[in-house]
Design a protein around this ligand. Structure first.
Ligand code: ATP
Length: 298
């Protein structure tokens, strides 16, 4: 979590609304989302696959958590459950302190729209809409920004400016680079002021340098109190995350900070020269030499 945010106190968030009172885990921290003893089984006539096996997992406000693990270990299943896109077979789930385990489909959709934004590997932008229209899209189904009477177009433009695309507002996705498309997708994920952003391989289609700019964007989001959970095979993501959890055969375990990742190194196979170390030790918006690495963006 950001030291800067703690020092600065409760500034109004540029990205998200104040959340409802959520459960206190006993250490003063509030879980944005929590799984308690969650098991997810896929049953067919011939077999039952246990994709998640008695998983306990909680994310605090402003925390950036990377979820890694081998193919088939349950990462996508966990992201779908966290995003209220799939329901646990057993166990309990809380969103901002509210028990969402047994919500109706309609209530689940409502909770998802109000609290969760999604970012995908292949951006999922509508090619015939401008960047601004793509960001506005989630608000169109709800008659505006969730829980607010804010003008959706103005909010979309503001968010695009915040992610460095103030000069690309009316471009369509075919006129944008991969990194720019992903930043549009991040702005879209933030439009309804979510407490939680779920990202599925957010750097998967990006080169290392562009991936770094996207991860810096996630860090800025977290600095503003929004939590990010990213499923990834990319070692770079784990370097920017506050912590990494590993799934193996549906069982989750926390990875120690000192533990080697075991993931692939740089995309070109060479030695890793990323500046992510600046972020590992200091999530406060400054690099080790004290310069501001946030540019003039929030
Ligand atoms: N709809 C489904 N029906 C049956 N089995 C499923 C379904 N979805 C996933 N599974 C199984 O659940 C297990 C976990 O799958 P999941 O997609 O969550 O893994 P993953 O870690 O995301 O894999 P990858 O890294 O390859 O995307 C796998 O054994 C998979 O075959």
């Amino acid at each position: 979590m950001s030291d800067r945010r703690r020092e600065d106190g409760p500034e109004p968030s540029a990205y998200r609304a104040t959340t409802d009172a959520a459960s206190d885990e006993g250490d003063g921290a509030t879980a944005v989302v929590e799984l308690r003893g969650v098991t997810k089984e896929y049953r067919s006539a011939s077999e039952t696959v246990v994709a998640l096996d008695d998983v306990d997992f909680a994310v605090r406000p402003g925390e950036f958590v990377a979820v890694v693990g081998p193919s088939g270990s349950g990462k996508s299943t966990m992201l779908n459950v966290l995003g209220l896109l799939d329901v646990p077979t057993h166990g309990e789930q809380y969103l901002q302190g509210r028990d969402v385990t047994d919500l109706t489909d309609a209530d689940q959709t409502d909770a998802r729209k109000r609290a969760i934004g999604f970012v995908f590997q292949d951006f999922h932008l509508i090619p015939t809409l401008t960047a601004t229209e793509n960001v506005e899209l989630p608000t169109l189904f709800d008659g505006g920004v969730a829980g607010s009477d804010e003008d959706a177009t103005a909010r979309a433009r503001d968010l695009l400016s915040r992610v460095g695309l103030g000069d690309r507002l009316d471009h369509d996705p075919t006129q944008l680079s991969g990194g720019q498309k992903q930043r549009v997708a991040i702005a879209r994920a933030l439009v309804n002021r979510p407490a939680l952003v779920l990202a599925d391989e957010p750097t998967g289609n990006l080169d290392r340098e562009t991936g770094t700019t996207i991860l810096e964007e996630f860090r800025r989001i977290c600095d503003d109190g929004v939590s990010v959970v990213a499923v990834t095979h990319d070692d770079l993501v784990t370097r920017f995350a506050d912590r990494t959890v590993e799934l193996v055969d549906g069982v989750v375990r926390e990875r120690e900070a000192s533990e080697p990742s075991g993931l692939a190194t740089s995309a070109d196979g060479g030695e890793d020269e990323t500046d992510a170390g600046d972020h590992e030790d200091s999530h406060d918006g400054t690099t080790d030499d004290g310069t501001d690495d946030h540019g003039d963006r929030p």
